[in-house]
Design a protein around this ligand. Structure first.
Ligand code: SAH
Length: 213
C-alpha cells in the first residue's frame, strides 16, 4: 500500500507541490491496520490504493487521499483536530497518531456507532466521537489546530472557519456532489485572514445536511 501511495505522490507531484509526504504521515499509514476498517467481503483489497464501500452508501477513502489530506494538515503532537465524516474511522485513527486529540463527527448513527466500537477495540484513546451534523462543527471543543472534512461540500461551512484557530489549517473537498471537487486548503493566519488554495481534483460522497451559505 505504501508503494502505491508513493507512486501516486510522484505522479501528482506537480499539482500537490511535493515529491513525498512527511515521514511521520507515512509511518502512521504503515502502522494503522486498514484491514480492520473495511468490510469482511473486501478484505482482499484492504491494502490496495483504492476506495472501498463501507455500507450506507459511503466509502472509506483511497489511502493516497487519506495520506494527502493528513499531510496537508501539517499536524504537531500537541494539536487538537476536528474530523467531519468519521465513516469507517480509518482516517480518524491515522489522525490520532499525529496529534493530541481527535474529535470526530458522523452523520449516520449506525456508522458512528460501528466506528466508535472499532476504535475502542483497537485501543485508540485520544479520540472522541459523536453522531451529528458536522456542518456545524463541534463548538464545545473549538478552536481547532486542524479541521478535515471527508465529504464533498458545495461551499466551505462558516462554522468550520469560525472554529479554526489562527494559524490553523482546514482541508475540505469543495465542488459538485457526486461529480468532481477541488480538494481545498484553507489556512487561517495569525490575524485571522484566510488563504485559500486548490490542491487537486477529487471525488467524494456528498456532505449531508448542508445549510445555506
Ligand atoms: N473518513 C472516512 C470517509 C468516510 S466517507 C473513512 O476514512 O472511512 C464520508 C463520511 O461523511 C460518510 O460516513 C458520511 O456519512 C459522512 N457525512 C456526510 N455528511 C456529513 C455531515 N454533515 N456530518 C458528519 N458526517 C457526514
Amino acid at each position: 500500500m505504501l508503494d502505491g501511495i508513493e507512486r501516486e505522490v510522484r505522479y501528482t507531484s506537480k499539482m500537490i507541490g511535493k515529491n513525498a509526504f512527511e515521514k511521520k504521515v507515512m509511518a502512521a499509514m504503515e502502522k494503522v491496520p486498514r484491514d480492520e476498517f473495511v468490510p469482511k467481503s473486501y478484505l482482499d483489497a484492504a491494502f490496495d490504493n483504492g476506495p472501498l464501500p463501507i455500507g450506507h452508501g459511503q466509502t472509506i477513502s483511497q489511502p493516497y487521499i487519506v495520506a494527502l489530506m493528513t499531510d496537508l494538515l501539517e499536524l504537531e503532537a500537541n494539536d487538537i483536530v476536528l474530523e467531519v465524516g468519521t465513516g469507517s474511522g480509518y482516517q480518524t485513527a491515522i489522525l490520532s497518531q499525529l496529534c493530541k486529540q481527535v474529535y470526530t463527527v458522523e452523520y449516520v448513527a449506525a456508522l458512528a456507532d460501528m466506528a466508535k466500537a472499532r476504535l475502542q477495540k483497537l485501543g485508540y484513546e485520544n479520540i472522541q466521537s459523536m453522531t451529528g451534523n458536522g456542518y456545524d462543527g463541534w463548538p464545545e471543543h473549538a478552536p481547532y489546530d486542524g479541521i478535515i472534512v471527508t465529504a464533498a461540500a458545495s461551499h466551505i461551512p462558516k462554522p468550520l472557519i469560525e472554529q479554526l484557530k489562527p494559524g490553523g489549517r482546514l482541508v475540505i473537498p469543495v465542488g459538485r456532489p457526486h461529480l468532481y471537487q477541488e480538494l481545498t486548503l484553507v489556512e487561517k493566519d495569525k490575524d485571522g485572514e484566510l488563504v485559500i488554495s486548490e490542491v487537486l481534483g477529487v471525488a467524494f460522497v456528498p456532505l449531508q445536511g448542508e445549510r445555506d451559505e
